[in-house]
Design a protein around this ligand. Structure first.
Ligand code: PLP
Length: 370
């Protein structure tokens, strides 16, 4: 039973079907002039149009990349290098793709402000306003947090940035197809979080925004991302977008709320993030006197996959920077698991999950030295 869809998702069989011809039959290089090349080019441009229409942007504003990490790097380093110097504002709960990019730029002389968040993980808009300076070139605040699911007020942030004449980038890797996105100048999205293949994503960039390319080579993707295009991946990404439906969000929200209500009946447990303004598929819960990792392994032994944080922090011993930022103590952060749903999860699976979480918590607490 798979409840780690915030890390990655099952590729939808329809997506696989759409991709297959581009491995074995229509395998041309989209830069070639012959029939094979033209077929590949058409597939890419059709996919670009599907994603552009979905987000209500122009096809020329969709730059295909290798995923969310590359899109974040291209957006932030791209804007920074286009300006040469300046100040960037981000939040303390960003994904490492944003945080480490900002740290890299800090070493190069850029000034970075890391905004704190409140107990739910919301960025304080007054603090954002106060932090904008004459030399601020970019604000990068994520749309929805990958660990606690909190949805940031990006329309408000867009308005503030527009009023101040500052560019706004959002990492929408977790929210894409789940929450409507409106306002930012640059948006990072990724295919493998939405039942598409891994290794493909896009940076959505308003035409007027100038960025510097991050890899040199051919003139692919409007001269902004060199490298032979991943045609099957791009086709699969667009198919995954087409297959996403508003009804999936409603179903996941219902299942999420069902699981939260049941799990919070366990004594000394609490939900991290906001109860309503959270991703439809995210449940992040802490249990007093429990090691999240031990609970994860207990559930794993029962055939249930969850995580203790974001995919990339789950091999670290340090408590999650997101849980620390919302005010948890290290031992509380360590007693946390993240359950992330997809449209393929069922009520029956949820019932088994709830039963095993209850049993696991009880067993671990009985063995606990606390
Ligand atoms: N940003 C967020 C919020 C994420 O959750 C992830 C993946 O976990 C990424 C960026 C990285 O995306 P990708 O795995 O496509 O590089």
């Amino acid at each position: 039973m798979y409840f780690d869809n915030g890390a990655t998702t099952q590729v939808d069989p329809e997506v696989v079907k759409a991709m297959l011809p581009y491995f074995t039959k229509k395998y041309g290089n989209a830069s070639s002039l012959h029939k094979y090349g033209r077929e590949a080019r058409k597939a890419i441009e059709d996919a670009r149009t599907i994603i552009a229409n979905y987000l209500n942007v122009k096809p020329s504003e969709v730059i295909f990349t290798s995923g969310g990490t590359e899109s974040d790097n291209l957006a932030i380093k791209g804007v920074a290098e286009a300006h040469g110097k300046g100040h960037i504002i981000t939040s303390s709960i960003e994904h490492h793709a944003v945080l480490n990019t900002c740290k890299h730029l800090e070493k190069k002389g850029f000034k970075i402000t890391y905004l704190p968040v409140d107990k739910y993980g919301f960025v304080d808009l007054n603090k954002l306003r106060e932090s904008i300076r004459k030399d601020t070139i970019l604000v990068s605040i994520m749309h929805a947090n990958n660990e606690i699911g909190t949805i940031e007020p990006i329309e408000e942030i867009s308005k503030i940035c527009r009023r101040e004449g500052v560019l706004f980038h959002t990492d929408a890797v977790q929210s894409f197809t789940k929450v409507p996105i409106k306002g930012p100048d640059l948006i990072s999205i990724s295919s493998h979080k939405i039942h598409g293949p891994k290794g493909v994503g896009a940076l959505i960039k308003k035409e007027s925004v100038k960025i510097v390319r991050q890899n040199d080579g051919g003139n692919h993707e409007f001269g902004l991302r060199a490298g032979t295009e991943n045609v099957p991946g791009i086709v699969g990404f667009a198919k995954a977008v087409q297959l996403s439906k508003p009804s999936h969000v409603q179903e996941m929200t219902k299942l999420r709320d069902y699981i939260i209500d049941k799990i919070l009946k366990i004594p000394d447990s609490w939900l991290n993030g906001h109860r309503e303004k959270r991703l439809c598929n995210n449940i992040n819960v802490s249990f007093k006197n429990i090691e999240g990792e031990s609970l994860l392994l207990y559930l794993d032994s029962k055939g249930i996959a969850v995580s203790t944080g974001s995919a990339c922090s789950s091999h670290e011993l340090k408590p999650s920077h997101v849980l620390m930022a919302i005010g948890l103590r290290p031992e509380e952060a360590h007693g946390t698991i993240r359950i992330t749903l997809s449209r393929f999860n069922t009520k029956e699976e949820a019932d088994t999950l709830i039963k095993e979480v209850e049993a696991g918590v009880e067993k671990l607490r009985r063995m606990s030295p606390w």
